[in-house]
Ligand binder design. Sequence first.
Ligand code: SAM
Length: 407
Amino acid sequence: MKAPEYLAPLREELAAALKQTDNAWSFDIFKHTPKLESFTKECLRVFTPSGIIEIMREKRSEDLETQIIQGLQFDSLQLPQDLLWDDAGQILFDDLCNSSVYYLTRKEKEILHKYSSDMVATIPEGSALIELGCGSLRKSGIILSALEKSKKAVTYYALDVSQESLQNGLAHLHKGLGPLDHVELRGLWGTYEDGIAWVADQGPMNAYTSITFLWMGNSMTNMHLAQTQSLLSRMSDTCASSGIRCQFLVSADGCTAEDTVMAAYSTESQPFRDFMLNGLQSANRILGQDVFCSSNWTFGTVFDRTRHEVQMFYTPTHDVSIYINSERRKISKGEKVAVVTSGKWPEPYFRSIVEGIGLQVLDLWTDSDQVYSSFRQRISQKEQRWWDLSSNEYGHVFPDIESICLC
Ligand SMILES: C[S@@+](CC[C@H](N)C(=O)[O-])C[C@H]1O[C@@H](n2cnc3c(N)ncnc32)[C@H](O)[C@@H]1O
């Protein structure tokens, strides 16, 4: 039990209640055990029977609605990438991952099969492993089975915004891994930001001295670079201020061969098409009206080599007017509405990004073609010293972590 301090008061309360019922065990006993009732309710709230803990702090659909409306008011139009990750989007993304042209999943599995025992050797006994944006958890089983084999007691938390993915993925993991003696599986339903707040909340994490954040599927490159850097910084910062050591196991696609990259994100690829166009349907569902009529819209992709990323956008097939909250917004044929990026970060570029925020690459594992890599990184000594000093003193070195952009 993680909180043994609750045992004595519960025992005392139950003993007193039994006296009142002449040691008879009946439902009446619960009239005299308010602490037990509250404890049971709290356990069911925090640890749902499926093992999924809800950490979401805001109602997500409202948050997304605001982001959609705001993004369509900017000069350079944009929609939140989160639109892609509704329950339907998760299934479509899985189909994409299984398609022959989507080399990222194949390469990452190759690395995991070859090196997962080396990777888990870096995860300390008695620690927590938090997988960020875990999706369907199809690759996670490779790491978890290596972890179980290594006989290390580790609690694994799968974090994602999709509750359905978590439920199905955890059920799939339980079935695939069989009975586990060392690794405990849990789900965290919420965003990356909710995850940081949850770790900062001390309570749930104070049982561990170390956390490993696992971030697979090239997901760390799906947002603006400054956002990724900010998330990594705040995760390590939060752990440091809670006295917890932390490290990251992340993957990044470093492929620069244009043919290979563009085949994976081709508008001709049916799985990719279905996945992308679902994003517009997802926006309609959130807005509660058909703002993006499917016959008026398509999508496109460009490989921006200077920014080391493939950019994906929606675009109308002819001039359209969209109405949101009775406000009219004209979007011309060919105008781009940015939605998501997928970084193509060769190793030196990856290093410059993480070193820019005081992280240090400790290990590197690549696939046989050297296009895809998994990295282990942790806070560098330099950064540790920086934390020991007051932020004012070093304000001129790191003026505002949110605005650091090395591209
Ligand atoms: C590119 S997929 C990767 C899925 C999986 N990790 C893999 O390697 O196949 C990105 C995943 O991140 C999740 N995600 C996206 N934005 C998120 C956010 N802000 N907070 C938590 N999860 C998020 C999505 O739901 C999706 O499952």
